[in-house]
Design a protein around this ligand. Structure first.
Ligand SMILES: [Zn+2]
Ligand SMILES: [Zn+2]
Length: 69
């Protein structure tokens, strides 16, 4: 597995080079600026990751439907 190549946004699939990708601190995947979910000064790939990061990775309650596809 080669890290550093072939990165793409997990949300919209844009390739690194076509967009600036950032790494999600919760799941470690990459996402682009357009797909960034911001929460309290940090940036995540998704609302679910933001919540997992702040509240722990529990399934106490159902994820909200992310209809942004
Ligand atoms: Zn994206
Ligand atoms: Zn994430």
């Amino acid at each position: 597995m080669s890290d550093g190549e072939g990165r793409q946004c997990i949300r919209c699939g844009v390739a690194e080079g076509a967009a600036l990708l950032e790494r999600c601190v919760a799941c470690g995947k990459y996402f682009c600026a357009d797909c960034t979910y911001r929460a309290t000064g940090r940036r995540f790939c998704s609302h679910e990751c933001a919540r997992a990061f702040f509240y722990g990775d529990s399934d106490d309650y159902e994820s909200d439907v992310d209809a942004d596809e």
